[in-house]
Design a protein around this ligand. Structure first.
Ligand code: DX5
Ligand code: ZN
Length: 214
């Protein structure tokens, strides 16, 4: 079944606790937390101390998306902050196997993210070592961007790779997901949809989450 991970990036930052409760009560499966460092992506968000504070007010699994150039230096802090999933970008590190292993050694699920322009071949060798692949369907850095439809074929090819190799790897898609784009993303083989503006920008959050599920 399709899982929905609202992205807190689109929430009202003056009332984060309430904004999390809102999606929790509306049926969200995960809470997606976008960590940006102003280097890997041209924007800054929040860090581990904020995630640790939010951990106190929510039972939702925390899906931490690290958009930082030096993920290895931040794994510990986000584990301590209460992350359930930690996803690192394949573009950031020459030793992906070691990095993923470090995440898993902490008992946290490990994800690997790919920018729209990064080929699937980059992760072919580490596919058996990950719990999740996050395919970006916008160039990371900002919410509210338009879905890049070329990624649909990439989702299909990744689903095929996972099936052929008999692996159990979750496919998450992030960026420009709304009620119009979600059906094709799910049909292509994604099982977790990240949505920022489509959830937090909707007048009825529960309805928005339900419509993403299809
Ligand atoms: C973009 C982030 C996304 C973002 C998605 O860099 O990784 O998680 O919040 O926002 P929407 O759903 O508005 O495209
Ligand atoms: Zn994200």
């Amino acid at each position: 079944m399709v899982k929905i991970a609202p992205s807190l990036l689109a929430a009202d930052f003056t009332r984060l606790a309430e904004e999390i409760k809102k999606v929790e009560q509306a049926g969200a499966d995960l809470l997606h937390l976008d960590i940006m460092d102003g280097h890997f992506v041209p924007n800054l968000t929040f860090g581990a101390p904020v995630v640790a504070a939010l951990r106190q007010v929510s039972k939702l699994p925390f899906d931490v998306h690290l958009m930082v150039t030096n993920p290895q230096e931040h794994i510990n802090a986000f584990v301590k902050a209460g992350a359930d999933w930690i996803t690192v970008h394949a573009e950031t590190h020459p030793h992906l196997h070691r990095l993923l292993q470090t995440i898993k050694d902490h008992g946290v699920r490990a994800g690997i993210a790919l920018n729209p322009s990064t080929p699937l071949a980059t992760i072919e060798e580490v596919l058996p070592d990950v719990d999740m692949v996050l395919l970006m369907s916008v160039n990371p850095g900002f919410g509210g961007q338009q879905f890049i439809s070329n990624v649909l074929d990439k989702i299909r090819r990744l689903r095929q790779m996972i099936t052929e190799r008999n692996l159990s790897v979750t496919i998450e898609v992030d960026g420009g997901i709304n009620a119009e784009t979600a059906p094709a993303v799910v049909a292509a083989g994604a099982t977790v949809l990240v949505a920022g503006s489509a959830v937090y920008g909707a007048p009825d959050v529960a309805k928005a989450i339900a419509s993403l599920r299809g």
